[in-house]
Design a protein around this ligand. Structure first.
Ligand SMILES: NC(=O)c1ccc[n+]([C@@H]2O[C@H](COP(=O)([O-])OP(=O)(O)OC[C@H]3O[C@@H](n4cnc5c(N)ncnc54)[C@H](OP(=O)(O)O)[C@@H]3O)[C@@H](O)[C@H]2O)c1
Length: 340
């Protein structure tokens, strides 16, 4: 990912003050805010980083880690300096453990601004390497700006510029049309930007199993690099047509809502992870069980769990390492959880 001059101020209408964030950065730099989970022995972190098994983006052959990071709700912290600081720790842990893809959207409130601030601060301190971030942004023109009249195409282009400013980047690696909104218009823009080298990849997103037929048609007729859809151990509708089609058409797949927005943990609440799951999947907890299930589906390129907690980030990233379930074990995993 290429960054703008990190000294620039982000968008003037950002609601996040630099002062608030710098306060958090100072504490972080002084080591005051490091929670116990960050005290993971360095050799453990090194092992996890070695285990980051890259996945291939079919349209280019480029490799990215199989677990990325979502930002919906979790990074929408607004002005609260304590929350800003905690999210910065989450980002720091993600990068320290070899993280790559970060997914955000103009639809996610202050998330893009918070993310940009966090990246900016990590640049300023002796933090982990931010250059490995694979930026996955979105166009979302669902709500018109009533203050100025602009065509949908112009709003989409303006939104990309605004998002670049908020993230503090020169260009996005991946630009996706959020929930297929106005996709016919925005796809023309994205073809143009990709052609000019202003973005590297084009994607389309959906979630909750919605609009699969329309997405299937786009995947068949258009020339896109990525699709993003909901795929987790209980939401497997994409297996029927979209995942095989993605493989056939050479389209990378991002799995959103890998924990069903956290509700998978309610499904297994009160049930310890069974011994066979530890032995046959290499999972230490339910989060790793759920993530290993997703990233071992061959068509999946990257899962993007979201978290507010550094200890959860470490658990999630660790899911890429160690033993991974084979196809037979995956069936056993799904049957087990479906039976609850
Ligand atoms: N149409 C679209 O484009 C679309 C739609 C939906 C989602 N997305 C993307 O996909 C991302 C992920 O989906 P999501 O945010 O709906 O939810 P999710 O990642 O399925 O679940 C997030 C929830 O899981 C919890 N969690 C995370 N790691 C955990 C762990 N190790 N142990 C226990 N709990 C854990 C988090 O709580 P804690 O904070 O306590 O960890 C949070 O409540 C979004 O952030 C967004 O970037 C895109």
């Amino acid at each position: 990912m290429s960054f703008k001059n990190r000294n620039i101020n982000h968008s003037n209408n950002s609601t996040i003050t630099r002062r608030a964030f710098l306060g958090g950065a100072a504490a972080l730099a002084a080591g005051l805010a490091v929670p116990p989970a960050m005290a993971l022995p360095p050799e453990d972190i090194m092992q996890i980083m070695r285990d980051v098994r890259p996945r291939v983006i079919p349209s280019s052959g480029e490799k990215i880690p199989a677990i990325g990071m979502g930002t919906w709700i979790t990074f929408n912290t607004g002005r609260n300096p304590e929350l800003l600081e905690r999210r910065m720790m989450v980002l720091r842990g993600f990068l320290a453990m070899g993280g790559g893809m970060i997914d955000s959207s103009p639809m996610y409130g202050s998330s893009e601004a918070v993310l940009g601030r966090a990246i900016d601060i990590l640049h300023g301190i002796d933090g982990p390497d931010t250059s490995r971030i694979f930026s996955a942004g979105k166009i979302w023109t669902q709500v018109p700006d009533l203050r100025v009249w602009q065509s949908t195409a112009a709003r989409g282009r303006a939104q990309i510029e605004e998002s670049q400013t908020l993230w503090g980047i020169e260009k996005f690696d991946l630009m996706q049309v959020h929930n297929l909104v106005d996709w016919q218009t925005h796809l023309k823009t994205l073809y143009d930007l990709r052609e000019k080298g202003r973005i590297r990849y084009i994607g389309m997103t959906t979630s909750h199993g919605l609009r699969h037929a329309e997405l299937e048609k786009i995947m068949t007729d258009e020339n896109i690099d990525f699709v993003q859809l909901t795929y987790n151990i209980l939401d497997r509708a994409a297996e029927n047509r979209l995942l095989p089609l993605a493989e056939e058409r050479g389209i990378a797949v991002i799995a959103n809502r890998p924990f069903r927005q956290g509700r998978l943990f309610d499904v297994v609440a009160g049930r310890p992870l069974p011994a066979w799951a530890r032995e046959e999947t290499g999972s230490r907890n339910w989060a790793q069980f759920f993530l290993k299930y997703i990233i071992t589906r061959p068509e999946i390129t990257c899962a993007i769990p979201a978290t507010t907690r550094i200890e959860h980030m470490l658990e999630n990233m660790e899911a890429m390492g160690g033993m991974l379930p084979d196809a037979q074990t995956r069936r056993k995993m799904a049957d087990y959880v479906t039976g609850f």
